[in-house]
Write a protein that binds this ligand. Structure first.
Ligand code: NAP
Length: 282
């Protein structure tokens, strides 16, 4: 028998869905909450993400509308579309389906979203609010990590957490969210010298790099909880950043891929939508 407990994301996802659904119902007296998602072109992973978001919306009682823009759209075309949704009263949240097309400026498009409709909390304004400590609401994937730890009653305060990856979507906001919970957090990246020396000291190790199998037994302490955020699609399968078979023999707990952080993420997105609507009505 393996040493580590396997922490599935299904339980936390179910619990979060039930809580979010109840709040969605309460806010839907005058019509359903509406999420508008923008895709540019027909990138298969953006399409897959869009389908997954639609499924989660349906389960949470949220109306999801997909806006598909042509693959040759310019930054101005997409920004104009975002601005139209910002102005539309019946739109509660705007979400971008990444990857957008190669020719457009992702950052300019993200920042065109009205922060009051920024459901994934990726605008500079939303990230600023999080880093300034004015909110603990952040991007859905980072939030899913916190949700998983809370569900399995893993204390965060005062713990030594190492995050591998420093993107605006996962690593950086997760650092801010862990600070808000009083963890002592180290963030590693591709220029970190001697990664195993740092990660093996972590009480909680979170990995979000998109580098399959990066983390082996030598990266992990024997009492560590290991959370794998990585999802790399290769030959029809999805791979995590953690060498699961090695780490499951070493750590105290480990999340699987698929079936770990992924299922929780979209309900964190729905919760962000609910919070935006609740904020507007106060
Ligand atoms: P990203 O923007 O490419 O950032 C990757 C980060 O990992 C960078 O900070 C990079 O360092 C670091 N890194 C890459 N290779 C490394 C290595 N060998 N050693 C140490 N650090 C390394 O990726 P992302 O958007 O954050 O996504 C990360 C992973 O999470 C991907 O697999 C993505 O698919 C997955 N993801 C999953 C969900 C979900 O719902 N489950 C949602 C979002 C993302 P530098 O900064 O030095 O380049």
């Amino acid at each position: 028998m393996s040493k580590a407990e396997v922490w599935s994301g299904r339980g936390p996802a179910r619990a979060l869905r039930a809580a979010v659904k109840e709040r969605v119902e309460r806010l839907s007296a005058d019509g359903p909450l509406t999420l508008r998602m923008i895709r540019v072109g027909d990138d298969p992973s953006a399409q897959g993400y869009a389908r997954a978001v639609q499924r989660s919306c349906k389960r949470a009682g949220v109306r999801a509308v997909m806006d598909e823009l042509p693959g040759d759209s310019t930054t101005d075309d997409v920004v104009e579309h975002v601005q139209a949704l910002n102005a539309e009263a019946g739109v509660d949240g705007v979400l971008l389906g990444f990857p957008l097309a190669g020719q457009v400026d992702d950052a300019a498009i993200v920042d065109a979203i009205d922060p009051a409709k920024d459901v994934d909390r990726l605008t500079t304004a939303a990230i600023g609010e999080l880093f300034a400590g004015h909110t603990t609401t952040g991007p859905a994937t980072a939030a899913a990590v916190i949700e998983l730890l809370d569900y399995y009653e893993e204390p965060i305060e005062g713990r030594g957490v190492v995050v591998v990856g420093r993107s605006n979507v996962v690593g950086k906001p997760l650092w801010a969210m862990l600070q808000a919970r009083n963890a002592t957090t180290t963030v590693c990246h591709s220029r970190t010298v001697d990664l195993p020396a740092v990660t093996s000291k972590a009480e909680i190790l979170v990995v979000a790099t998109g580098s399959p199998g990066l983390i082996g037994a030598e990266h992990v302490g024997s009492d560590a909880v290991v959370v794998d955020v990585g999802t790399t699609y290769r030959n029809g399968t999805v791979l995590g950043d953690v060498d699961f078979d090695a780490v499951v023999e070493r750590a105290r707990a480990v999340t699987p891929v698929p079936g770990g952080i992924g299922p929780i993420t979209n309900y964190c997105l729905m919760r962000n939508l609910v919070e935006l609507v609740e904020r507007r009505s106060h």
